[in-house]
Each structure stands twice: as structure tokens, then as C-alpha cells.
Write a protein that binds this ligand. Structure first.
Ligand code: UDP
Length: 239
């Protein structure tokens, strides 16, 4: 069945900020519902889906530290924020008719399974959407790093970074009208041109492990399905 699909196992990275929709803070239930529908459209095709979700809509450790809070304390709050978002996405996915598991990198056993690689892979083989919360479980890291780490661990074919822009541009398209979009670009070129795709730690980890990244617009309905079917949308970063 999934021979028609370009990818068999994907890791989808969603930022916390994306969950805000048009709000200033927190979670927009409509946006959550849209995301669940997008995910369902590829799960229904037999694609195995894992999701790493950010926490920026609730708390960022660096933001706390800039106001005098201890960085590690703030990062712990950020990690818990990703668990909150994970729970929200989990329930939206179940409402949409999918089976899911939430695995957390920080122990919170009454709320989520602990991250266990083999279990995560087994869930995916059974068609369950696995949501990874808690980031990497360590302060000073981001959920982009968590996304790359988990993608490598579970042997995902690709990491799909859903954003509100539709790919990687020569410069910030929201600032510069002349910016043009790349259909594909190499890891080396991204670094040479000083483009921002992910933070350096995450980006390097992806490069070293030959894990392609696709940046695409997750807020246009149908895009995830198009990508999985091999349509050339977004920008692919490859070796
Ligand atoms: N965080 C962390 N370790 C991790 C992942 C996340 O400490 O491995 C904390 C960190 O404080 C970060 C916050 O969780 O600011 C939210 O994650 P992130 O900023 O990556 O979320 P996004 O920008 O994707 O919403």
C-alpha cells in the first residue's frame, strides 16, 4: 500500500508557536484540529508518524533567563510545556480517530509513557502516532534537537519541519521582497549562506547522520499529504 508513498516513517516537528494560531499565548483548538486532520491523512496511507512538539507557545527557558530566572529552572518549565502541548495534540489526534501514545523524555508516568525507543518503534509499526514530549530531557537543548535525535533513533526516513513559511529562502521572505525560495539545498550550502533552518546543534546532528530535513508550510491543508506523495513542496535539505 505505502509503496506509492515517498516515505515510510516520518518525524514531524511542530513548533509550540504554531499551536497558538492567531492567539498571543496558549493553544488554539481549531489549529490543533487541523493538525490532527493533516496527520490522519498520511496515517491513513500507512505512513508511520512520530511527532515532536515544541513549547514556545507556553514557555521558553531563554526568555525566562533574560528576565533573571535561572536558565535550568526555565528549561524545566519549557520541557513541561512541551508535555502539555503533547497531551493536547494527543487528544486532538484521538478525537480524529487515530491511536496514539505520548512518550516523555522526563518521567511523568501518570501522564505519559517514558521514552523507550523499542516501544516507540513498536507503536509505530502498529499504526499508532507516537508523540514525543519533554524535548531531549536536558536543559540547554531545543525541541529541534529533540526532533533530530528521535528521528535518528527511530530510523525515520526524513524530518518534516512544519512552519508558517513554505520553505527556505535566500533571506527572510517576511523582511525582504526579493527573497527567493530553494526547492532543494545541501547542508553545506545552508551553512555557507548562513541560513537558519534549525539551531546549530540540531542541524549538525542531522547532517552528521545523513537525515534529510524538509521545511514546509504546515498551515496549508493538504500539504503534508502532498509531501508524502512525493510532490515537490517546501525545501529539502540533503547531503
Ligand atoms: N527545552 C529544553 N530541552 C529540550 C527541549 C526543550 O530545555 O531538549 C525547553 C527550552 O526551555 C525551550 C522550551 O523547552 O525553550 C520549549 O522548546 P522550544 O523552544 O524548542 O519549542 P518551540 O520553539 O519549537 O515551540
Amino acid at each position: 500500500h505505502y509503496k506509492l508513498m515517498q516515505y515510510k516513517r516520518i518525524l514531524l516537528k511542530l513548533s509550540g508557536e504554531a499551536l497558538m494560531g492567531d492567539r498571543q499565548y496558549g493553544i488554539d483548538p481549531e489549529r490543533l484540529k487541523d493538525y490532527a486532520e493533516e496527520i490522519k491523512s498520511v496515517v491513513d496511507q500507512g505512513v508511520e508518524v512520530a511527532v515532536v512538539i515544541g513549547g514556545g507557545n507556553i514557555f521558553r527557558g531563554v526568555a525566562g533567563a533574560s528576565k533573571g530566572m535561572d536558565r535550568v529552572q526555565g528549561d524545566h518549565m519549557g520541557m513541561l510545556a512541551t508535555v502539555i502541548n503533547g497531551l493536547a495534540l494527543q487528544s486532538a489526534c484521538e478525537d480524529a480517530g487515530m491511536e496514539t501514545r505520548l512518550q516523555s523524555a522526563v518521567k511523568i508516568n501518570e501522564v505519559a509513557e517514558p521514552f523507550i525507543r523499542r516501544k516507540a518503534m513498536r507503536h509505530m509499526q502498529k499504526g499508532r502516532v507516537v508523540i514525543f514530549g519533554g524535548g531531549t530531557g536536558n536543559p540547554y537543548f531545543t525541541t529541534d534537537s529533540a526532533a533530530v535525535l528521535r528521528a535518528i533513533e527511530i530510523e525515520a526516513d526524513v524530518i518534516l519541519k512544519g512552519t508558517r513559511v513554505d520553505g527556505i529562502y535566500t533571506s527572510d521572505p517576511e523582511q525582504n521582497q526579493d527573497a527567493t525560495k530553494f526547492d532543494a539545498i545541501t547542508f553545506d550550502d545552508v551553512l555557507k549562506r548562513g541560513l537558519k533552518v534549525m539551531d546549530t546543534t540540531a542541524f549538525t546532528l542531522s547532517q552528521e547522520n545523513k537525515l534529510p530535513i524538509i521545511v514546509f508550510d504546515m498551515n496549508t491543508s493538504g500539504n503534508l499529504h502532498k509531501l508524502i506523495s512525493g510532490k515537490n513542496i517546501g525545501t529539502k535539505v540533503n547531503l
